[in-house]
Structures are given as structure tokens and as C-alpha cells.
Design a protein around this ligand. Structure first.
Ligand SMILES: Cc1cc2nc3c(=O)[nH]c(=O)nc-3n(C[C@H](O)[C@H](O)[C@H](O)COP(=O)(O)OP(=O)(O)OC[C@H]3O[C@@H](n4cnc5c(N)ncnc54)[C@H](O)[C@@H]3O)c2cc1C
Length: 412
């Protein structure tokens, strides 16, 4: 029977990065992924700020395109911002995960693709993990000291049965990779475009992200809950068609791929972070940000934190993973709980007029400030050094976002 120090189930950004860090530290790793090929489940739009590349040592080869413009379109308003420098990247989600898996192999770890986790049991000091490979008829059992659940919304390791899982708030995203005419591509190259508001998509947002020349990702994502004002259920496909025909208006386009996935977020971060020697990371503990739906760098951040605590456990410096959960809460809890409340308000309760007003308040700000607000929520920082006019605008953005939330929540 094969024996490892750590078995990580799920080779998404969280599992791939955690496996990479541990393998680089000399830990005996097995990374298991049920998909036989990363191109099959390339569901993520993978837009991210530039810091992701530096913080997680990602090469340009995983980048589909860089962005230095931001466009926010509401039902009756448009905000456009541009910087002289690239501020972020749209990653190629297939290449990102291939890169992480390759670095695991290069550092001496094992990666088993097309291999599904089935169950685990404890046997004295070890965990016995049963897996099913697509290429072999029989189940395989491996032995490990620590098992990591990096299966994202499936949380397949932490919960043996569906009925044991806590209730989740679900959001589904659907995306087309399309090839467009040169003129259409040039208009949207280097820009992340978000469409909000009741006209475009009442319970979420739709988007246009650039990839390599003449290719765009167009998508729509919405919460699976009722809107307090809009009663009509709009299928995601219809929102994408609306975006294509009323906003993008390409002369020609060809659909190259259709993909999507459902994210499952546990309200107030009530996920189980560890159970004995099983540790959960990434979207398995709701690291995706509820407001923006951005999750790659946060999943990788959780992987970094977990890798540190796993090494401490392997070195007998700690007997459980309480400190891991504490650190995760310190990093995520306050901001994530606030984002959840803001997201519910923005996507399920706000009038269309409020969404329009939000865009008009953002308009006079610089791209760097808008990125700080939308990606990093840095209101305090951007207020410094601004004239009274911009300070008033920022205060208005702040009030609009937080209107209706209780004061004590902001100070938790
Ligand atoms: C449509 C859409 C668009 C998005 N756009 C963005 C974006 O622009 N920017 C951004 O930062 N984030 C985006 N996200 C969110 C981001 O992709 C996720 O937050 C991120 O992928 C989470 O990483 P993870 O490793 O925790 O989980 P995942 O990426 O979900 O990886 C989990 C892996 O586990 C595997 N797995 C599951 N069960 C088993 C099993 N039993 N055995 C073996 N393997 C298993 C799965 O196949 C999968 O590969 C988007 C999400 C969606 C759905």
C-alpha cells in the first residue's frame, strides 16, 4: 500500500497550491483530482488583481490577458476607468491548475488525475483513504497522516453524506468562451466589464473578460434566492444573450466553449474547518468572496495558511488544527460576513435606481481607487489625500453599500 504524509483531494487553486507548498517543503504529497484533464472543468472566469501573480509565484504563461481598464455598466449608467499600468490578469484557469500540478510533480509529489475520493477511515495513527481511478476497475486504498478536503463546493471529504452538510447559499455562473471580430475584441481588450442592475441581470452580475487575441469570456452569475422586488426568474443563458446582443454587439462571434459551476457558500462561515486530522481549505470553507464572487486568490491564501499548520502538525509542534481555524477566522471572518450582508442587499434587495446611483458615485474616482473599493474594500486608505469633492463621493459610495446594515456589524 502506498503511504504519504498528506493526501490532498481536489486540484483546484486551493488544493494545487497547498500541495505545491508542502511538496516544496519536502513533505510526501499525493494530490488527487477527479477530473482526468483540467480543460474539462475550466469553469472559472479567473479575473484577479495583479498581486495574485506575485504573491503566489504564478508565471505569465498562466495569464490569458492583462487588464488595466474597468467598466461598470448599470441599467442607465456607465463608469469607465483606465490606468497606465496593468492592474490585474485574467488567468487561463486550465493552465493555472496545470501549472500548480506540474510544480507539485517537479517538487517530488504525486498527482493522480481522473481519480475520485470515495471515503476514509482511521486505523491507529493513520488515515486509510479509498480512491477510485478512471483507468482501473478496482478501488485503491492509500495511507496518510493528514487528509485535506480541497474539493470546493462539494466538500466531499468533510461530509460523508449530503444530509450532514449545513445549509448553503448557492450562486450559479455560466460562461461562454467566444471568438469575436477584431474590432469588437479591440474595444474590450485590457478591460474587465461588469454589468449590474435589473435590466441586465437582477440577482447577480454579468461580465466580459478578455482572453488571448480575439477571444472573450462572457458570462452571467446569479444567486439562487428570491429578489424582494423582481419576481421574474431570468435564466442565465438569457442574460448572456442580452449582454451579447444589446451590449457587446460583435459583428461576428463563435462559441468555443460553454462552462459553468455552482458555488455553495456557508452563511457566517459556519463550515467545519477540521475534524481530527482532516483539514478543509478553499471553497470547501467558503473562501470565495460573496460580494464579488472572486475566489482564486482567497482559496490560495487559505492553502498557504493550512500548509503552515500542516507542517507544524507533522513536526509534532501542535496536536490539532484549532490554530488553523483561528487564523482563518482572523483573516476572513469580519470582511466575509460583511460582504455576505452587502451581497444579499445589492443582489436581492436594492432598487434599480440605487444600483445606478452606486455607479454614478464611483465615476469621479481613479481606477486604482475603484479597484481598492471593489477588490480590497479599502475605504479608509482612499480617503486620505482626496479633495472634499472626492471625499463626499466616497462617503456616498460607502453609505450606499452599507445602507440598511446594522452599525455594530461594521465594527465587529
Ligand atoms: C462561473 C464562475 C466564475 C468565476 N470567476 C472567478 C473570477 O473571475 N475570479 C476569481 O478569483 N474567482 C472566480 N470564481 C471563483 C473561483 O473559481 C473559486 O472560488 C475557486 O476555483 C475555488 O478554488 P478551490 O480550489 O477551493 O475549489 P475548486 O476550484 O472548485 O476545486 C475543487 C476541485 O476538487 C475536485 N473534486 C471535487 N470532488 C472531488 C472528489 N470526490 N474527488 C476528487 N476530486 C474532487 C473538483 O473536480 C475540482 O477540481 C468563479 C467561479 C465560477 C463558478
Amino acid at each position: 500500500m502506498e503511504t504519504f504524509d498528506v493526501v490532498i483531494v481536489g486540484a483546484g487553486p486551493a488544493g494545487g497550491h497547498c500541495a505545491r507548498l508542502l511538496a516544496e517543503a519536502g513533505v510526501q504529497i499525493l494530490l488527487v483530482e477527479r477530473s482526468p484533464d483540467f480543460a474539462i472543468n475550466s469553469f472559472s472566469s479567473a479575473g484577479t488583481p495583479l498581486e495574485t501573480l506575485q504573491t503566489y509565484r504564478l508565471p505569465d504563461s498562466v495569464v490569458g490577458s492583462f487588464w488595466q481598464k474597468l467598466v461598470v455598466v448599470s441599467s442607465h449608467n456607465t463608469g469607465k476607468w483606465e490606468s497606465q499600468q496593468p492592474l490585474g490578469a485574467v488567468l487561463d484557469f486550465t493552465k493555472l491548475r496545470e501549472f500548480l500540478a506540474d510544480t507539485v510533480r517537479q517538487a517530488g509529489g504525486d498527482v493522480w488525475m481522473g481519480c475520485q475520493y470515495l471515503r476514509h477511515v482511521y486505523e491507529e495513527q493513520s488515515l486509510m483513504v479509498t480512491l477510485k481511478s478512471r483507468s482501473q476497475p478496482a478501488e485503491v486504498t492509500v495511507k496518510t497522516k493528514i487528509l485535506v478536503d480541497a474539493t470546493g463546493p462539494a466538500r466531499a471529504v468533510m461530509y460523508a453524506r449530503e444530509r450532514d452538510k449545513p445549509p448553503f447559499i448557492s450562486g450559479t455562473g455560466l460562461e461562454y468562451l467566444i471568438e469575436v471580430d477584431v474590432e469588437c475584441y479591440q474595444t474590450h481588450a485590457n478591460a474587465l466589464t461588469f454589468l449590474l442592475g435589473h435590466k441586465w441581470i437582477p440577482k447577480g452580475y454579468s461580465w466580459v473578460f478578455p482572453m488571448e487575441p480575439n477571444r472573450l469570456k462572457v458570462g452571467a452569475g446569479a444567486l439562487r434566492l428570491k429578489h424582494t422586488i423582481v419576481s421574474e426568474e431570468v435564466p442565465l443563458k438569457r442574460s448572456i444573450e442580452l449582454l451579447l446582443h444589446d451590449y457587446l454587439k460583435p459583428q461576428t462571434y463563435k462559441i468555443l466553449d460553454i462552462h459553468g459551476a455552482t458555488l455553495r457558500y456557508c452563511s457566517q462561515l459556519q463550515d467545519v474547518y477540521y475534524r481530527d486530522r482532516v483539514v478543509a481549505i478553499g471553497d470547501a470553507v467558503s473562501t470565495v468572496n460573496f460580494l464579488g464572487g472572486e475566489g482564486i486568490r482567497h482559496a490560495m491564501h487559505s492553502a498557504t495558511i493550512a500548509a503552515h499548520h500542516i507542517q507544524r502538525h507533522l513536526n509534532h509542534q501542535t496536536s490539532d488544527f484549532q490554530a488553523y481555524q483561528r487564523e482563518m477566522y482572523a483573516v476572513f471572518r469580519t470582511q466575509w460576513n460583511l460582504s455576505e450582508r452587502m451581497g444579499i442587499k445589492k443582489y436581492l434587495q436594492d432598487t434599480d435606481e440605487l444600483v445606478d446611483r452606486f455607479v454614478s458615485y464611483l465615476q469621479p474616482l481613479s481606477l486604482e481607487d475603484v479597484v481598492d473599493i471593489l477588490f480590497f474594500y479599502k475605504f479608509g486608505k482612499t480617503r486620505k489625500g482626496l479633495g472634499p469633492y472626492l471625499q463626499r463621493k466616497l462617503t456616498a459610495v460607502w453609505n450606499l453599500l452599507y445602507q440598511g446594515l446594522h452599525k455594530q456589524e461594521l465594527h465587529k
